[in-house]
Design a binder for this molecule. Structure first.
Ligand code: ADP
Length: 639
């Protein structure tokens, strides 16, 4: 089966704004119409502004691979007829358009890097090889005839030997690689079941698609791109300005990546470029993109929580973690489920302001903490968003400096932006009453964001949740392979006493951060907020006359949202959708984010239960060796 198949494609530009494209293959006959230019597929973009054109495209039939965008590989070559066109590979269509029928390889080959055309390079090395071989054989015969020792070589013979070896290495390398590639390519095609419908759909409606892309190198489409790369390398075009200059985020990423590779001399082959919607991160999630990192997503569950069942997505590269959480979910399910209660819901921001004296700073503190002023301040604060609602103001003084911790609800958003805007409104307002107030910073670390701190542990930040479950003795024995007394004792000595000895701050648990991080990454949360979101105290007590186990996790500062930030990206949004908490809640603003926080706590409960059981039964090392260490040869992987 051929690796690349030629397909006839007919595209007609019926008017300036309407384009029809037809695919005809032995198995498919597809036609679609694009009405206006922003939605037209890349194929059409390449055809413009020709009226009626017949072209041939090369189509990669490998399963699951995103169709190669025309910008990376010249799949379609489309030129006006010129009289001196002598290339046999090209033919003229009836409409005077020259069509290139060559099928470029979809996989970049080492030979692509050659400075000369392939046939020329091969020709040179072939000729060199046979010439020097003939020369050396000739000299050898002469030496035998004249009884000259064979190891005595002249300069020309030495040069011939070096040339022979060099050309031999080239030819061996070239044909050896091609030979291997032909096998790989063939086997991939044999598995194929590429559907054109998918391709057409994605062309007509560009969507972010994460589809096992090959780790492709950034390939440049044109001489123009090559010039831009050179300018970025030389520094005459700043890398950060590529998106705004080009108006094409994917192209900007490709050029930036190419420039980076040239500058550093380090190839980025393992980092995929294709298969990601770079528009979706512009101005919101990541600057100066050069690709994206793939993190596998595992699934744990069902987690039976407050009567609902949830399949929990976990993005992690730590073996055992998903399997362990899954076992915890199983134990909870078999014991009748877990219950989670939301205790508090409020995001915080604490600016630092300075006065000429501690007395003046105290005046502002009393003003802010006076209940009579709260209503006026909340009106000012709440102007920031229809979802922001000021809940409380807490002040702390350090000499002449005042730290003001504002807490507000933020609907389904995690809320950092929202609360910051509200705080700015209040500071502007206070400046009128306290003109001698100097705002040092909108964040004075009393908030406290992305740092371990007692204030979050004691007061809470984001969502405060407690989650509990009673695990029956039977389940402890059969599913968790341990006993209730062993678990209770281990929890007391490890999670409580051990953490106290370590001087822990909010770390009275076995591995809450593991589960929190994995769910955060899968659902588009800010992974750095794992620090305070993982604050957790795990309690285990015997109940029902000591037969069963009561386990709880108390987590005062889970910071999650279902709108804003990374939650709107395709993969993350799919994971939120799986949990039924995607986007803004229609029934009650904030309900989705609150539910997500309880799911995080429930998953932590499952994770704690399973890891603690593994430790108490002495299974930890054994299971890590099973799931964390495959029997693959690591030396092969590292090479
Ligand atoms: P954050 O404050 O977490 O950084 P953003 O400010 O980026 O989040 O995103 C919140 C945006 O989403 C705001 O513009 C807000 O008006 C909008 N939004 C829409 N629906 C909701 C909702 N149910 N809850 C909170 N914000 C919402």
């Amino acid at each position: 089966m051929p690796r690349v198949v030629q397909k006839r494609v007919k595209a007609t530009a019926a008017s300036n704004v309407k384009y029809i494209i037809r695919f005809t293959t032995p198995r498919h006959r597809i036609q679609f119409t694009c009405i206006n230019s922003p939605s037209k597929p890349p194929i059409i973009r390449r055809l413009l502004p020709t009226a009626t054109t017949t072209i041939t495209i090369s189509m990669d039939l490998r399963r699951g691979l995103p169709p190669k965008p025309p910008s990376t590989t010249p799949l379609i070559r489309h030129r006006k007829t010129t009289s001196n066109n002598k290339n046999n590979n090209r033919s003229s269509s009836s409409t005077g358009t020259v069509v290139d029928h060559r099928s470029p390889s979809p996989i970049p080959k080492a030979s692509d890097a050659l400075p000369l055309p392939l046939y020329l390079t091969n020709g040179i090395f072939f000729t060199l090889f046979f010439c020097v071989a003939y020369f050396l054989l000739h000299r050898w015969r002469e030496k035998i005839r004249s009884s000259t020792p064979l190891h005595v070589v002249t300069l020309s013979e030495l040069a011939a030997i070096v040339s022979l070896i060099a050309s031999f290495i080239y030819l061996l390398g070239f044909f050896g690689i091609d030979f291997v590639q032909s096998f790989i390519g063939t086997s991939r095609v044999d598995e194929d079941n590429f559907t054109l419908e998918d391709d057409v759909e994605h062309h007509s409606k560009p969507k972010p698609r994460i589809m096992d892309p090959l780790p492709t190198a950034a390939t440049l489409t044109s001489k123009k791109d090559e010039d831009i790369v050179k300018s970025v390398v030389s520094g005459s075009i700043p890398s950060y300005s590529l998106e705004s200059k080009l108006g094409d985020c994917r192209r900007a990423a490709s050029i930036r990546r190419e420039a980076l590779e040239r500058k550093t001399g380090r190839p980025l082959l393992g980092l995929p470029l294709e298969g990601f919607d770079y528009n979706s991160i512009l101005g919101q999630c990541c600057e100066m993109p050069i690709g994206y990192v793939q993190v596998p997503v595992g699934i744990a569950g069902p987690l039976l929580l407050n009567g609902g069942e949830y399949m929990v997505p976990m993005a992690t590269t730590e073996g055992c973690l998903v399997a362990s959480t899954n076992r915890g979910c199983k134990a909870i399910f078999a014991s009748g489920g877990a219950t989670a209660i939301l205790l508090k819901d409020g995001m915080t921001r604490a600016p630092v302001v300075r006065f000429g004296s501690a007395a003046r700073a105290s005046h502002l503190k009393f003003f802010l903490e006076d209940a009579l002023n709260f209503d006026a301040l909340s009106i000012v604060f709440n102007k920031s968003s229809r979802f922001a609602r000021l809940q409380s103001i807490q002040c702390s003084i350090a000499g002449k400096n005042l730290y003001i911790r504002f807490t507000c609800s933020t609907g389904d958003a995690m809320g950092m932006n929202m609360v910051s805007k509200g705080v700015q409104n209040v500071l502007d307002f206070l400046q009128i009453e306290f003109p001698d107030m100097e705002v040092i910073g909108i964040s004075g670390n009393f908030c406290s964001d992305k740092k371990p701190s007692a204030v979050n542990w004691i007061e809470g930040r984001g969502k405060s949740v407690v989650c509990e479950s009673v695990i029956t003795a039977d389940v402890v024995k059969k599913v968790l392979k341990t006993t209730v007394p062993a678990l209770v004792e281990l929890n007391m000595l490890k999670n409580l006493t051990g953490s106290a000895i370590a001087g822990s701050l909010g770390g009275f648990n076995a591995h809450a951060a593991n589960i929190v991080s994995a769910v955060f990454i899968a659902t588009g949360q800010d992974p750095a907020q794992n620090i305070e979101s993982s604050h957790c105290i795990t309690m285990m007590e015997p109940v029902n006359s000591g037969k069963d186990l009561h386990i709880s996790v108390t987590m005062p500062s889970i910071e999650v949202g279902t709108v804003g930030g990374g939650t709107q990206l395709a993969s993350q949004s799919a994971c939120l959708n799986l949990l039924g908490v995607k986007g803004a809640s229609k029934e009650s603003p904030g309900a989705n984010a609150r539910l997500l926080a309880t799911i995080v706590a429930g998953s932590v409960l499952a994770g704690e239960l399973s890891l603690m059981s593994a430790i108490s039964s002495g299974q930890l090392v054994k299971s890590h060796m099973k799931y964390n260490r495959s029997n693959r040869d690591m030396t092969v992987i590292s090479s």
